[in-house]
Structures are given as structure tokens and as C-alpha cells.
Design a protein around this ligand. Structure first.
Ligand SMILES: O=C(O)C(=O)C[C@@H](O)[C@H](O)[C@H](O)COP(=O)(O)O
Length: 349
């Protein structure tokens, strides 16, 4: 399956299927003088004799958030320069969300921009590889240093998903669930019904495709996140703070953030828009540590959320909340008010 962006110019294709990497990539590589591969360490170890056997001496990235440090950025860009990267070369980034963010940022900045292709290898990366957000982390928080830089293509070879460890599946499913919430109530009901007992890859494919289409809608209408693209950050305000503080996988922290979003939406709307117990039981059943929210430190969370890129006013933190499933709005919650909500959340668990 292929999904094509429709910007005014510089469009790209997202290829999604099994066993497509080598053939699709060959079509793109033919147009460049040289290709440099940045590959996640774990992915390379697992696939160097099979799916990735055509790759010659890649630059290996540590994988996970470690690849988004300043030190890692230095290593990646110096390695590219050492190998003589030029503007008419292509960089191919193979890995999960963190490697995609870090590799994309290196491609965007080395020589002030070299073409690149994202090859996502996790469930989570069905989200992060699309839309051109690239970033590394700062000591002040997640993704605080980065640029918007469109890839030339995304090649999502679903064969990689077959070896994902359980916590990677859970993490990726967090973003699948977020996209369902952004869609409508029927999609959420359907997704929950199909994953009532377990989250298995067999049932996820249509939800992944739908998620990519949902993401495209927001990204195409607001690439630089001045308006509706903020809605893709549903659950991320507290999620990023938890991820950063507790070193939790991104999508797992996002589910905790989504639970807080539901709690806050109920409070702000003054009605039970979300049946919290129902969602809590479902998330806990699948192994999401919802009870962790009981022990978060309000002050620490407030400080981290205070650096969120969506914030616009002093003394308040920006949140994406819901008026109903499928209908989001961006709002700012005054700090003292928000701190109270965090305490109420802890008491409620
Ligand atoms: O693409 C977007 O826009 C998103 O917000 C998608 C998020 O799921 C993703 O985690 C993104 O990388 C977060 O970006 P940030 O701007 O909050 O750092």
C-alpha cells in the first residue's frame, strides 16, 4: 500500500507492506551518487544476515533514547563527514522512533541538509517516521532541539514488526490508541474489542494504516504545528514528562498521559465523557503501569511540563483535551489549577 503526501511541492510516498525494503529502496538510491545507512544496533544484529544483508558497513546507532543525546549527535554527524557525505548523497535511517528522530536530525543539519529516507522498524514508528519532526533531547527535556525536515520517502516494511519485544509492542500500541481516539468513538470501540484479550499484530494492520492516514490529515494541514497539528500531541504533555523522568518507553508514558487527558477532559467538560474505570481496567490488563501515576511528584512534573513546546503563556501549561472522542481542542491550564488536578488524579487511583 502507498500513501502519497499532497503538499504544494516536495511530496513523498509512504510505502507500507511486507518484504518491500530492498526493492523500494533500490528505486530511490539509483538517483544518488552514494547512500549512507544509519542503523539501530539491535535491528542490525537481528537482520544483518536477512532483510538488511544488502547493506554494506552501516553507521550503527545505539538505539533508544541514547541515540538522541548530544554525544550521539556528534558521533553520527562526525561519522557521516568522515565518510565524505555530500549534498547529492542519500542518508537512510533504519530503526525505531528514537533512531528516526536522531538520524533525521543529523540528515537535516549535516551540510545544512542531505536527503534522507525513513525506514521505521517498530510499531511506534508508524507515527514518528511521518511528518518530518526530527529532534534530539536536552537536559531540560524531550525533543527540545530539532527541526521540521521532510524525508524523501518512508518505507515501512512490516516484516520488522514480527520480532518486536513485548514492551516495544506496548509502547507502539500507545500511539495506535491515540490515533483511534483522534478518529472517532467507533474506531476506539472496535480497537478495544479486537484487543480485549491481547494486542496481536494480526489485528493491528488496518489500525496502523488508519493511524497513518489520520496523522497525514493533521500534518498536511499544519506542518509546522501552529494549529491543529498540536492535536497529535494528545497525551504527550504529561507523557513526555513521565518518559523523561522515569525513563519509560515513549508510548507507554503516552498511555499514562492519555489517561490523565481523559481525567482532565472529564473535569473540564464537567461530565463523564470518558468512563475512567473502563479505560483503566483495559490499560492495566495489557500491562500499562497506570498505578505509577499515584506516585508522581507534582512539582517535578510541573517543571518538566513547563518546558513543553506547546506552551504559550507564562504561568500556564498547554494541553490537548477532548470534547468528545474524535474532537480535540487546545487549552491552557493555569499552574495552580493544574497542580490541583494532578493531586486529584493521584487520590482517584
Ligand atoms: O507528529 C507530531 O506532531 C506528534 O506530536 C506526534 C507525537 O506522537 C510524537 O511523539 C512526536 O515526536 C512528539 O513531538 P514533540 O513535538 O511533542 O516533541
Amino acid at each position: 500500500m502507498e500513501i502519497r503526501t499532497n503538499y504544494a511541492a516536495d511530496n513523498y510516498t509512504i510505502h507500507v507492506d511486507h518484504g518491500i525494503l530492498e526493492s523500494r529502496l533500490a528505486n530511490y538510491s539509483a538517483g544518488y551518487d552514494a547512500v549512507h545507512f544509519l542503523v539501530d544496533h539491535n535491528v542490525y544484529e537481528l537482520y544483518k544476515s536477512s532483510v538488511l544483508s544488502f547493506i554494506d558497513s552501516p553507521i550503527i546507532l545505539e538505539g533508544g533514547e541514547a541515540s538522541k543525546s548530544f554525544d550521539a549527535f556528534k558521533r553520527i554527524t562526525e561519522a557521516l563527514l568522515e565518510r565524505g557525505v555530500q549534498r547529492h548523497h542519500l542518508i537512510v535511517v533504519v530503526g525505531g522512533g528514537a533512531v528516526g528522530d536522531a538520524g533525521g536530525f543529523a540528515a537535516a543539519t549535516v551540510l545544512r541538509g542531505v536527503d534522507y529516507i525513513q525506514v521505521p522498524t517498530t510499531l511506534l514508528a508508524h507515527d514518528s517516521s511521518i511528518g518530518g519532526k526530527t529532534a534530539i533531547n536536552s537536559t531540560h527535556g524531550k525533543n527540545l532541539i530539532g527541526v521540521f525536515y521532510r524525508p524523501k520517502a518512508v518505507i515501512y516494511d512490516l516484516a520488522f514488526l514480527e520480532t518486536l519485544p513485548d514492551d516495544e509492542m506496548l509502547s507502539g500500541f500507545g500511539e495506535v490508541f491515540k490515533h483511534a481516539l483522534l478518529n472517532n468513538e467507533e474506531t476506539v470501540r472496535n480497537l478495544m474489542a479486537k484487543t480485549q484479550e491481547q494486542i496481536s499484530l494480526d489485528v493491528l494492520k488496518p489500525f496502523i494504516i488508519r493511524g497513518i492516514e489520520t496523522k497525514m490529515h493533521y500534518v498536511l494541514n499544519d506542518e509546522k504545528e501552529s494549529g491543529i497539528r498540536k492535536h497529535l500531541n494528545l497525551g504527550h504533555t504529561l507523557g513526555h514528562a513521565i518518559e523523561y523522568k522515569y525513563k519509560m518507553p515513549h508510548g507507554i508514558a503516552v498511555v499514562l498521559g492519555l489517561y490523565f487527558m481523559m481525567f482532565l477532559s472529564n473535569r473540564v467538560e464537567g461530565r463523564e465523557l470518558f468512563d475512567l474505570d473502563h479505560f483503566k481496567q483495559y490499560f492495566i490488563h495489557h500491562g500499562y503501569p497506570i498505578q505509577k501515576l499515584k506516585s508522581i511528584d507534582e512539582e517535578e512534573m510541573m517543571a518538566l511540563m513547563g518546558r513543553d513546546k506547546k506552551n504559550q503563556s507564562r504561568g500556564a501549561i498547554g494541553f490537548v483535551l477532548m470534547k468528545s472522542i474524535g474532537r480535540c481542542h487546545f487549552t491552557e491550564i493555569e499552574n495552580t489549577e493544574l497542580k490541583k488536578y494532578l493531586s486529584y488524579l493521584k487520590e482517584s487511583l
